[in-house]
Structure formats: C-alpha cells, structure tokens
Design a protein around this ligand. Structure first.
Ligand code: UDP
Ligand code: MN
Length: 324
C-alpha cells in the first residue's frame, strides 16, 4: 500500500550501514510497503547514494535547521538531539500508518501484518517489561501528535535520556490499557534476552521475526571474514547471538558491500570502516595525531581511518617501502 511505510533513522554513516541491511532484509521478505530512511546531514554522499537504491524515500532531517517548534525544542534540550530527530517520523504525513524500526534491527520474515495494529503498538522492553522498547513501533504520522510530542519532550525531558523514555512517558497507558498494542516479543527480539532467559530463547527463538542488536556494540562494530564466514572478536561479550550476527553480516556482505563498492571503489568493507564523517581536510587537520599503538588499537576495534592514515593508498605506500 502506497500510504504505509517502514521508517528508519540513521544520523551517520555507521548507522546507515545498519539501515542498508534492514532495508535489504525487508525487501528480501517481499514487503509491499514503502521504505523510508530519515538521515542526518553527516551522512556522506556515497552512503546516501546506496541508501537511495534500497529505500523508496531518503529524507534529510535536520531539526537544527528547521526553524520551527522542533528547533525551539532542541534549543531547550540540546541533550536530546537524536531523540528529536526520531520524533520527526510523526511528520511524515503523506503516510497514514508506519512502522518505525531502529537501524540496528534485522527482519527475518515478512512482518507486513504489523500494519493491522494501531498506534502505539510495540513490544515490551526486556529490561523493564512495563515499558515498551522503542526499536520497533507502529505509529500514525500526524502533525498534531508531532507537536504534542515535542511539547512533552521539552516539558518533561526523557527519563532515560533517549527516545524510549520520551515515548513511554507520552504513551503512558501502553502497559495497561490495551493488550492488542503489545506486540509479541518475536517482533523485537533483543539480543540480550537470549542470555537472560536462555530456555525461553531455545523454546521460542526460532519464531523470531525481528532481531534487535540493542546495546553499545552493534553488528558493524565487529570484523567479518567473508571467505571463512566468520566474525572476529568476542561475540558473546556484546550479548549478541552469534547466528543472528552472522545473518546480519552475510546479508551485509552479499548485498550491501557490492553496492558500496560501486560508489566507493574497492575497499575492505568488512570491519567498522566506512566512517568518513569529519574526514574533510579541515576537520582532519584538527584531529590529534595518534601514536602507532593507538592506531593499532583503533584498527583492532574496527575504527580504522580508511579515508586518511589507513587509506588504501597509504597502506600500499607502506608495503612498497617494506618490499624495497
Ligand atoms: N541513531 C542514529 N544515530 C545515532 C544513534 C542512534 O541514527 O548516533 C538511531 C538509529 O536508528 C538507532 C536508533 O536511533 O537504531 C536508536 O539507537 P540505538 O539503536 O543505538 O539504541 P539501542 O537500541 O541500543 O538502545
Ligand atoms: Mn536499537
């Protein structure tokens, strides 16, 4: 249906990689809905180009530039920057109903049936099940609701500092009012639940429709060996289930990397590396020079400076020097 859409958000190139995989996973499971990505200005041109190939609509949102109520709200609560950006999805009024999905989610089967649900439907948060997790939720764009949300946000802030706190404060009858607004956990299976209740995961995990890589370490923080089909680093540390991580990387590697290569040329894309934010020469010259140990550490954490010090060109030069 043309007036229904899956919506995600990516303010930078890292989260954009998550958005690419999410979009691909929705397409692979033959969604009939539109795909919309809200992006920040930091997202680089080539990354935008790839997003545009996957998403029907890629819209830049910049609440700082908007000069409207969102801007004012932001001025009062600068700490809630990305939260305001996420609330922007209520302004997508050309759609009558949407499903928001975090950029760190992966779809494992068709979930178009979520559009039968009403606003605000979401799955419980594994940490506090009387709160919903804001990684997957059904909503109805409306300028009226958008305005109320912004107002709520400026007046009450967010009890957890993010969008989940604001949304649970605003939709505060979710836990008790209407059970049909409780999405089954399989629509937002947080990777940490796998370890907090392993027998339940063994019993029901196979029915998962959406996996959510919630927490600090995201799939793109790891390094992947596409030939061996292996992820390096301590996978358990992040609480992410290795097989879901492998699903993410397999899709990224087979469907997203070829598109990135078209727009970036040949580069190793299998570790946290397409970061080119702040890589303009002016920004770069302000960056402190890293010692070789620090650089090694960054590299091992998947934060190689692919456009600068660790660029292919520089590595080749170094190799040439070695060989001579
Ligand atoms: N997000 C973003 N840029 C950021 C942080 C977050 O675009 O720097 C978006 C992205 O869609 C992300 C969502 O906000 O999935 C929520 O953040 P995150 O998934 O990191 O939170 P968690 O699910 O781990 O609590
Ligand atoms: Mn998330």
């Amino acid at each position: 249906m043309a007036d229904q859409a899956f919506v995600t958000l990516a303010t930078n190139d890292s989260y954009s990689r998550g958005a690419m995989v999410l979009g691909k996973s929705l397409r692979n499971h033959n969604t009939t809905k539109k795909l919309v990505a809200l992006i920040g200005r930091e997202v680089s041109e080539p990354v935008q180009a790839v997003l545009k190939r996957i998403y029907d609509e890629v819209r830049t949102v910049d609440v700082l530039d908007s000069g409207d109520t969102a801007h004012l709200a932001m001025m009062k609560r600068p700490d809630l920057g990305i939260t305001f950006t996420k609330l922007h999805c209520w302004s997508l009024t050309q759609y009558s109903k949407c499903v928001f999905m975090d950029a760190d989610t992966l779809v494992l089967s068709n979930i178009d049936e979520l559009f039968d649900r009403e606003e605000l439907s979401a799955a419980p948060d594994p940490g506090w099940p009387d709160c919903f997790n804001s990684g997957v939720f059904v909503f109805c764009p409306s300028m009226e609701t958008y305005g109320k949300l912004l107002q709520y946000c400026t007046e009450h802030g967010s009890f957890d500092g993010g969008d989940q706190g604001v949304l649970n404060g605003f939709f505060n009858t979710w836990a008790t009012a209407d059970i049909s607004k409780h999405l089954p956990f399989i629509y937002n299976l947080s990777s940490i639940a796998i370890y907090t209740y392993t027998p339940a995961f063994k019993q029901y995990g196979g029915n998962a429709k959406v996996v959510h890589f919630l927490g600090k370490t995201k799939p793109w923080s790891y390094t992947f060996d596409p030939k061996a089909k292996q992820i390096s680093g301590s996978v358990h540390e992040a609480g992410a289930h290795p097989s879901f991580l492998l699903d993410w990387w397999t899709l990224y590697s087979s469907s997203v990397v070829p598109m990135l290569q078209v727009h970036y040329g040949e580069q190793p894309f299998h570790s946290g590396c397409v970061e080119i934010e702040g890589s303009s020469s002016s920004a770069r010259s302000l960056e402190p020079q890293l010692s070789s140990d620090e650089r090694r550490q960054k590299w091992e954490q998947g934060q190689a400076d692919y456009m600068g010090t660790d660029s292919f060109e520089n590595i080749q030069k170094k190799l040439d020097r070695f060989l001579k």
